[in-house]
Design a protein around this ligand. Structure first.
Ligand code: HEC
Length: 414
């Protein structure tokens, strides 16, 4: 190495470490991933020896009810949902990262396809495709225009068979959907019995609800398993993902943002009705870098929540439901914010207020109420612009509003 360059590098390193002493980073609220020698993505299981001695961090997953389902029974079952505690353990190797999640669920719900109103329990892990700016992470849950996420999803289902190989198992599960009779039906059933053991593990790239694209070319290197313990009434799920594959390039990072979701089939959870976490920092033990990300995701809001409450109630309650159900705004005016503090980062909330079109909340059918859409679409470029006016420009006011919005969240289940 060139001598000058070497001196510069050493000088650079030492000033960096003087300027930002490690003790300034608050790791409370971050998940610490233990370095292990090897993670076998295809065989990893809840009981794999690789988890021995790895501690767990409690992560809270909040109910997301930004939009209502067109299903009165499901809406009723989910109206009073509490946040759920999930115990998360994390490990990483030179080529992969893996998480083990343990959560309680009173009933084991497995999608079988026999009944159409049965939904399976499930879990997912989400990673941003890029996160160079920790203040501009993708919209939580599904990604957003220009800020894609990779979702790794597993649902509990009984063995199934995909005659067409298209992955549209919802239509393949039930023999009554096959329009087959007699010997043909018999042959179909025999085929299901002999080959129907494909687990429902999928990877999606998503930039919003309308853009979920399943990764089917094998470029997502992924392994997931889930098992239910009827005695403790707990699910354990494991997910292992390659740090560098066709969907993400995470090698070289010292920390990662990750988000988890769980679905309770017993409450007819599906699609957007689920419990999910905010972006959580995962610190890779023994690796440097990405301190700004860890700081951003573990910071407590600096504003004054009491002042923020007064401002937000006066300026925002005509379009947004806040904490008081009696003063609920019409859902077509804007997303329900009653749980927003549980799954949103401080930076996302500040950005939503300052620059509403930076991330346009996906998933609302803009034709549901034509006079009051959440956003407009440019017919030429397809770009969506929020109809929320930027009403606060003063940073102190925004910080106070963020501090208040962070307090809006469901209570936590025992
Ligand atoms: C005229 C109606 C209107 C007013 C007033 C309004 N908003 Fe919004 N808001 C919207 C709409 C529509 C969206 C969804 C589109 C988008 O993402 O901007 C939204 C989205 C948001 C989001 C993102 C929600 C999510 O689920 O991710 C936040 C946070 C937010 N608004 C906060 C505020 C705050 C704070 C105020 C008051 C300063 C405010 N809004 C005033 C209509 C409004």
């Amino acid at each position: 190495m060139n001598k000058m360059l070497k001196i510069f590098l050493i000088a650079g390193l030492s000033t960096a470490s003087f300027a930002k002493p490690a003790s300034a980073i608050n790791y409370t609220g971050a998940i610490s991933a233990k370095r292990v020698g090897n993670i076998n993505i295809s065989t990893i299981s809840p009981n794999d020896g690789v988890w021995r001695g790895v501690g767990a961090t409690t992560v809270i997953l909040y109910p997301q009810q930004t939009i209502k389902l067109n299903d009165a029974k499901a809406n009723k079952l989910n109206a009073a949902n509490l946040a759920k505690k999930v115990q998360v353990s994390a490990i990483y190797s030179s080529s992969a990262v893996a998480f083990r999640l343990v959560w309680s669920d009173p009933t084991q719900d497995t999608l079988s396809g026999i009944k159409t109103d049965v939904y399976g329990d499930g879990f997912a892990m989400q990673l941003p495709v890029a996160f160079s700016d920790p203040k501009k992470l993708p919209y939580i849950g599904m990604g957003s225009d220009g800020r894609p996420v990779v979702v790794s999803l597993m649902k509990a289902i009984t063995a199934h068979y995909e005659p067409n190989g298209k992955g549209d198992i919802e239509h393949q599960l039930s023999s009554s959907n096959t329009v087959l009779f007699g010997d043909e039906l018999k042959a179909y059933k025999a085929k299901v019995a002999s080959t129907g053991n494909i687990p429902y593990v999928k990877s999606f790239i998503s930039e919003g609800f309308r853009s979920m694209t399943e990764v089917k070319d094998g470029s997502a290197k992924l392994g997931m398993k889930m098992s239910y313990n009827p005695k403790t009434k707990q699910w354990t799920g494991v997910v292992a993902k390659s740090l560098n594959d066709g969907t993400v390039r995470l090698g070289g990072h010292g920390a990662l943002p990750v988000s988890f979701a769980i679905w309770d089939g017993g409450k007819l959870n599906r699609g957007g009705v689920k419990n999910l976490s905010s972006w959580i920092a995962v610190k890779l033990q023994g690796k440097g870098g990405d301190d700004a990300l860890v700081r951003e995701l573990t910071a407590t809001p600096s504003g004054n929540a009491t002042a923020g409450k007064t401002q937000v109630e006066a300026m925002c309650a005509s379009c947004h439901t806040l904490s008081d159900a009696k003063k609920a705004a019409n859902p077509y005016m804007g997303p329900n914010l009653k749980d927003i503090g549980g799954y949103s980062t401080n930076a996302y909330l500040a950005e939503s207020i300052k620059d509403p079109s930076a991330v346009v909340v996906p998933g609302y059918n803009k034709n549901a109420h034509k006079n009051s859409p959440w956003y407009n679409v440019d017919p030429k470029t397809g770009k969506r612009t929020s109809t929320m006016p930027p009403m606060m420009t003063d940073d102190k006011m925004i910080n106070d509003a963020v501090a208040y919005l962070k307090t809006l969240k469901a209570g936590v289940e025992k």
